[in-house]
Design a protein around this ligand. Structure first.
Ligand code: SF4
Ligand code: SF4
Length: 234
């Protein structure tokens, strides 16, 4: 059995900024309204999201026998200007760095486990929320109390059991609606993102033609506008 305290210490030692450990079971439709989002067609041409929906909702289907999801946070600098390239893309390509840190952590812990960062059918942000690292904001991103939503995420899904598990934290959005109101394209309803109205959907996939009624506010890769509206990001 793994010690949760040892995992967190090892996570910081390999370079992550925060770590939480969640017991592996199924996410609920309230936590992650994936099926409703697909039903609405709000995923646009992201047809890969239609596949493996069951695995996205339950990591035990991704790795049989999974007991624990070790969730990791790596913070990145907030943007110092508006427009152009979104904050996440201003630093070097993060997937490689996160993957290397995940491999290093897995080796340090001496465990078997699947290292996940964006490309595996598991919802990074919903598991991070489960592991008490933050909550899902009305812009549908993870908000951490310390770094806001300026974070990259990764997980190790493992059949190892842990001595203690973290629980979801309190949702800090309360009655705020600033991110929803800030979106120039009305892409957010407070629970879900309609990607077909989102600047990032068009500007990070350059083969998609930008509809004339999408207001990019000067962004050419991604978009930070809803995140910039969030008090936790200041
Ligand atoms: S990233 Fe931009 S376009 Fe997309 S929901 Fe946020 S503010 Fe709206
Ligand atoms: S802007 Fe307000 S509603 Fe949106 S994520 Fe931040 S706190 Fe939550």
């Amino acid at each position: 059995m793994l010690s949760s305290a040892d995992i967190k210490q090892a996570a910081l030692a390999v370079g992550f900024d925060d770590c939480g450990v969640a017991r592996a079971d199924a996410l609920t439709d309230d936590e992650y309204p994936l099926r409703e989002w697909l039903h609405r067609g709000w995923h646009g041409e992201l047809t890969y999201m239609e596949h493996n929906a069951d695995k996205r909702m339950d990591p035990r289907l991704l790795v049989p026998g999974t007991k624990s999801v070790i969730c990791l946070v790596s913070a990145y600098p907030p943007p110092d200007s508006v427009g152009g390239t979104a904050a996440y893309a201003r630093t070097r390509e993060y997937h490689k760095d996160i993957k290397q840190m995940l491999f290093a952590l897995r080796e340090k812990l001496g465990i078997e486990g699947k290292c996940c960062c964006d490309t595996v059918p598991i919802s990074d942000k919903h598991w991070a929320a489960r592991a008490g690292l933050g909550w899902i904001g009305r812009h549908t991103l993870l908000v951490t109390p310390r770094w806001g939503s300026w974070v990259n995420l990764g997980e190790i899904v493992t059949t190892e059991e842990c001595d203690t598990y973290d629980t979801p934290g309190i949702n800090g959005c309360t009655d705020c609606n600033l991110c929803v109101d800030a979106c120039p394209n009305h892409a957010l309803d407070g629970r879900m993102l309609n990607v077909t109205r989102c600047t990032a959907y068009y500007t990070t996939h350059h083969q998609r033609e930008l509809p004339p009624d999408i207001d990019t506010r000067g962004y050419t890769q991604g978009c930070d506008i809803c995140q910039l509206a969030c008090p936790f990001n200041h």
